[in-house]
Design a protein around this ligand. Structure first.
Ligand code: SF4
Length: 366
């Protein structure tokens, strides 16, 4: 342990909360091994040797969006080449794969569509729940929920209550990006602002709902802005306890309006996960989202604070439109082998981190 981090190490061992300044120092250190070891201690204290994964699929009902966030490679304007929107029958047919593959969760997000009516979203959830009651519907970022309040002309609490009545089980954490005004104004100034993102999750949590939290890292944000973002999420978690997990999202470089930025490095991937693990004393789970970091890095991150590697994911689209080099999906056998090779015990989970029976893998990489 480098001398400069000894006081932080003492705090971690004493279970004391780390400060803003501690977070910035952790991001500035070159001692990757030291922060990794500390993050691993916290990870093992909270989650033992378990590494969670889920059988899930993504459903991107439309990529048409009224906004034009600079980092986003997914959106298209209405009528533009490459734009799509699924009608409800297509969505229901698409989701049949989830039953066939014995999945537990569908992750549903799309662009902020200029014309789809409020009823489309309610009918989507209702129809999915009627047909596939066994599936957990994790749907709609705070950006989409904010849009629904305008098209439905109702407040966020009412919109969320109606969505829940239609079948919504939990909220994904997308749309948070980096909360600092300087970053927000440069990369996504049009959409629902950070205060609104936090308010929508607060409202959902107060209704007894659960959600995840995210941060898009590795573009123009500073160390201070990363720590500020994490601490704002930590403060909301103190208030509500509604976040299941924190998910760092690695910036993807292609097909967007921020040309010339390099991909996040391995150092950045590791630091963001490890420092987040150390700062979030009140969120149990930290996800290495392999779709964005790649499977190899996600496997390493299981030793640097992460206890979850997301899932098998059928047909991811958003991140791959941004140039992700990871595969479109991965088999459960492969995921479990990667976890075991990292020295962890794979635990299949549901969306709320309740353990389910994991697959037995015969293949070993040892
Ligand atoms: S990030 Fe979301 S809100 Fe922004 S342009 Fe892309 S789809 Fe639209």
């Amino acid at each position: 342990m480098a001398d400069t981090l000894r006081d932080i190490e003492a705090k971690v061992h004493a279970g004391e909360r780390l400060s803003f300044e501690d977070g910035v120092r952790l991001f500035r250190t070159r001692d990757l091994f030291a922060i990794g070891r500390l993050a691993n201690e916290v990870r093992e204290k909270k989650n033992g040797n378990r590494a969670y994964y889920v059988r899930n699929m993504h459903l991107n009902y439309s990529n048409v969006c009224i906004f034009d966030c600079h980092f986003c490679s997914f959106y298209r304007k209405e009528g533009q080449e490459g734009a799509w929107e699924m009608d409800l029958d297509t969505i229901f047919a698409y989701a049949a794969k989830a039953r066939f593959e014995k999945l537990n969760e569908i992750h549903i997000v799309g662009g902020v569509h200029p014309k789809l009516p409020w009823n489309y979203y309610l009918e989507m959830l209702r129809g999915l729940k009627e047909r596939y009651p066994e599936l957990h519907l994790k749907a709609f970022t705070a950006t989409e929920i904010d849009h629904f309040t305008r098209i439905a002309r109702k407040d966020a609490g009412t919109v969320l209550a109606e969505l829940r009545e239609a079948g919504l089980d939990s909220l994904p954490g997308g749309g948070a990006e980096v909360f600092a005004d300087r970053v927000w104004n440069r990369i996504c100034s049009g959409k629902a602002r950070p205060e609104r993102w936090l308010e929508i999750h607060r409202t959902w949590h107060r209704m007894g709902g659960r959600s995840t939290s995210t941060m898009l890292y590795g573009h123009i944000e500073t160390d201070e802005e990363r720590v500020d973002h994490i601490l704002r999420l930590r403060a909301l978690q103190d208030e509500t306890g509604g976040f299941n997990a924190f998910i760092p999202l690695a910036y993807q470089v292609e097909n967007n309006r921020m040309p010339g930025l390099p991909r996040p490095t391995a150092q950045t991937d590791i630091k963001v996960h490890a420092v987040a693990r150390l700062l979030f004393d009140n969120i149990d789970h930290l996800k290495a989202y392999w779709i964005m970091t790649g499977l190899k890095m996600a496997q390493i991150l299981l030793s640097y604070g992460a206890d979850d590697i997301d899932g098998t994911i059928l047909e991811e689209r958003i991140v791959h439109m941004a140039g992700a080099e990871s595969p479109l999906g991965v088999s459960e056998e492969e995921l479990c082998s990667l976890i075991r090779e990292a020295g962890r015990d794979p635990v299949r989970r549901d969306t709320l981190y309740r353990p389910l029976e994991a697959i037995e893998t015969t293949r070993s990489n040892h």
